[in-house]
Design a protein around this ligand. Structure first.
Ligand code: SAM
Length: 432
């Protein structure tokens, strides 16, 4: 069935706002839909997918949308919608527009320059080529420029994976176990889940497989004291709480009250009672200091450029600035240092990001280790083997969309060396 011709005007209108890059695309889209309540579910889906297609292919589309007399923004909307829903679903196009679409569709993208083909800004393309080489950067970019699959985590407090697969099948929703996350399911197509009894009862949560693997790597056990230092809306907190079998104490720290507030309804659904959300002012907050040296496992899922999540947030590559990466690195080191004080002797600290850049990943861990000789790296191969996760890695976890079909994630596991017992006064001074 064809979409109403007005849908292109809607896409054009919201795209004009989004391409100013003053706010995240999903925020602008939600606001636009709120202001346009007459748009139905199908139309909203098409507008959103059209906008995301433009963001994913912006370099290539802009190169072609500029030729001829028609306004560029209309042509971008047209290309985005054609990519997202197919030209045949669009009604009310002029003869000129049909010809334009036919011309662009016939272009062999393999003949474009590598930069144009990657649809990445020059600075990011250069950084990725320096890390991965040109060929692999193009493979990575091709996958980053496609929509992410829909992954679920089964909440082991409430259900098991086989029962969830069977119940989803009655919906009917097809879901398959994923290779690396023991409680992960990948769902075919993208059905709405919010009204399913399984979702409402907290038996399932939406979570990328890579994010599930990170939570598993923390190695949290029953009865332990655990801190999720940058908990945000709690994606990994919920997974950690279930891994701890709802025992022990799991602190969910974050500087953003708004983000932590989003954890509350998820927590209520999850059935977990071992989670304690705490808003902190910064990484040296007195609330952090009070727990110094007492925590078995600390996860630092650090604020980062987010470049590993481009499949979900394609605007990030255009909104992110190269100079922000250096500032980010400084912040990441400071948070890692603050969080490290929590870890007890023999305890573990897991540093993670959803960035693809070495500057935010390996470089942060190496700088941390250079100034913290009381910590040692646990090789990722060993941490993965402990958790029976079938992934081949060396020192660090590096999940890559084109290799592992997850978002891009990095993780390092660090262990605080067991200390010879010190007099209580000296111990307290070290932890100040
Ligand atoms: C990558 S997000 C966390 C995502 C979350 N762990 C999840 O799985 O959904 C990083 C979080 O770090 C928080 N943050 C930023 N600075 C912080 C700081 N100094 N201390 C603690 N959290 C901080 C941000 O508010 C943000 O929620």
């Amino acid at each position: 069935m064809r979409l109403p011709p007005a849908i292109l005007a809607n896409t054009e209108e919201v795209l004009r706002e989004i391409l100013r890059f003053t706010a995240p695309a999903d925020v602008t889209l939600s606001r636009y839909f709120k202001d346009h309540p007459r748009l139905g579910g199908r139309e909203r889906g098409a507008v959103a997918e059209g906008v995301y297609a433009v963001l994913r292919n912006k370099s290539f589309f802009t190169d072609f949308a500029g030729s001829g007399n028609a306004p560029t923004i209309r042509r971008l909307a047209l290309l985005g919608m054609a990519e997202a829903v197919g030209a045949e679903s669009l009604g009310g196009l002029s003869e000129e527009e049909n010809q334009f679409l036919a011309r662009v569709t016939q272009i062999d993208r393999k003949l474009l320059s590598p930069l144009l083909r990657s649809n990445l800004p020059q600075w990011l393309y250069d950084k990725l080529v320096a890390q991965f080489g040109e060929q692999e950067t193009l493979e990575l970019a091709a996958v980053l420029n496609t929509p992410a699959p829909l992954d679920l985590r089964v909440n082991s407090i409430k259900a098991n994976r086989d029962d969830v697969i069977a119940e989803l099948a009655t919906a009917p929703i097809i879901a398959e176990p994923m290779p690396y996350a023991p409680l992960g399911l990948r769902v075919h197509k993208k059905p709405a889940l919010q009204n399913l009894p399984l979702f409402k009862s907290g038996a399932i949560e939406v979570q990328d497989e890579g994010s599930q693997v990170l939570a598993q790597l923390v190695g949290a056990r029953r009865g332990e004291m655990v801190v999720d230092f940058c908990a945000g809306a709690g994606g990994k907190t919920l997974a950690l709480g279930a891994i701890m079998r709802n025992t022990g104490r799991l602190y969910a720290f974050d500087v953003s009250e708004k983000r932590l507030a989003k954890l509350k309804p998820r927590l209520a659904r999850s059935g977990l009672s071992n989670v304690h959300p705490v808003v902190i002012a910064h990484e040296r907050d007195a609330k952090v200091k009070r727990l110094a040296g007492k925590i078995d496992r600390v996860l630092v899922d650090a604020p980062c450029s987010g470049l590993g999540t481009l499949r979900r947030n394609p605007d990030v590559k255009w909104r992110q600035q190269p100079q922000a990466i250096a500032e980010m690195q400084e912040k990441q080191l400071s948070i890692l240092d603050g969080a490290s004080r929590l870890v007890k002797s023999g305890g573990r600290l897991v540093y993670a990001t959803c960035s693809l850049l070495n500057e935010e990943n390996d470089a942060v861990v190496e700088q941390f280790l250079a100034t913290h000789d009381d910590f040692a790296l646990v090789p990722m191969s060993a941490a993965l083997a402990e958790q029976k996760i079938p992934l081949e890695m060396d020192k660090y976890l590096k999940l890559l969309p084109h290799k592992h079909n997850t978002d891009g994630f990095f993780a390092a596991v660090l262990e605080r060396k067991p200390m010879a017992a010190k007099p209580a006064k000296a111990q307290a001074e070290t932890e100040e």
